[in-house]
Design a protein around this ligand. Sequence first.
Ligand SMILES: Nc1nc2c(ncn2[C@@H]2O[C@H](COP(=O)(O)OP(=O)(O)OP(=O)(O)O)[C@@H](O)[C@H]2O)c(=O)[nH]1
Ligand SMILES: [Mg+2]
Length: 296
Amino acid sequence: MNKCGYVAVIGKPNVGKSTLINHIVGEKVSIVTAKPQTTRHQILAIATKKAGQILFIDTPGMHVGHKKALNKFMNKTAANSVMDVDLILFVVESMKWTADDEQALKALAHCNTDVILVINKADLIKQKEKLLPFANQVFQNYKFKEIFYISASKGKGVADLEKKIFQYLPETDNYFSDDQLTDKSTRYMVSELIREQLMLRYHQELPYSLTVEVESFQDKGHIIHIHALIWVEREIQKNMLIGKGGESMKHVGIQSRKEIQDLVGKKVHLKLWVKVKSAWADSDRLLQQLGYKDEY
Ligand SMILES: Nc1nc2c(ncn2[C@@H]2O[C@H](COP(=O)(O)OP(=O)(O)OP(=O)(O)O)[C@@H](O)[C@H]2O)c(=O)[nH]1
Ligand SMILES: [Mg+2]
C-alpha cells in the first residue's frame, strides 16, 4: 500500500517551516536563515520514503504590517498554497502567539482540509509543563486534527510526525521519480543558495532589498560557469553590499560556490555582480521580471 499526496506547510515567518521540510526530505531543498521572511516562493520539496511520497509545499511566512509589493506577493503565495492539498501543517513557535500567527491562521478560515498543529522549537523551552497550557490556548483558535511538539533543527519528534502525515495521504503510486527533490530548476536553486549567503552575511534592511538572478549557467562538462546578478533597490545599498575592499562579497562568493558545488556535484566558477533596479521590491512589473510570478 503506497501513499502519496500534497502537504502545505504554513505559519508566520521564522517558525522553522523550511527546517522541518529539509529534515524530512533529508536534503537542503529550501534555504534557512535566522532572519524572518527567508522563503519567498512556493517550493515543492519531495520526500521519498518506504511508505510513499510526501509532497511538501514550503511557503513564505505570513506577516502583517509590510506594504511592499514583494510582501503582498509572499502573503498571497502562502495563502493560496492551502488550496487542493491533502493535509496542512500549521507551524507555530513554542510559547509565542502574535499578530502574524493570527494572519496565517486566517488562511485556514475557508478551507476544509485537515490541519495538524506543529509546535516547533520545543528545545528552547526549559519548563516543558508550560507547553500544554500554550497548546490549549492555540487549540481554542481552530479545530486542529492533531498536535505535535517537535524540534525541527534537532529532529526531535519529527519521525512520529512523519508517520502521522502518511496516515492522512491517499493511497496511490508516487507522482515523482525517487531521486527528484523539487520542481525548481537548478538555476533557481543556485540563486537561492546565493541569496542564503547574502541573508546570513548582511543585516537590517539589506537582506530584504536584494534579489538574485542567475544570468548565465554554462555547463562545460568538468566545470560550470555561473554569472549571477544581485539586484538592490538603491545605489547606497550597492555600496553597502560591496563595502570597503569587497571583503564581505568575497566571502559570499566563496561560501556560495561551495554550496553550489555540493548541489551540482561539479566544480563551479562563480561570478557575482551587484546592480541597482530602483525600488524593484515595490513594483509588480519588476517583481514579475525578476521571477516573482504567481505560481498557482
Ligand atoms: N532552537 C531551534 N531553532 C530552530 C528550530 N527549527 C528551526 N530553527 C531555527 O529557526 C530559524 C528559522 O528557520 P526557518 O526554517 O528558516 O523558518 P521558516 O519558518 O521557514 O521561516 P520563513 O522562510 O522566513 O518563513 C533558523 O535559524 C533555524 O535554524 C528548532 O526546532 N529549534
Ligand atoms: Mg522558510
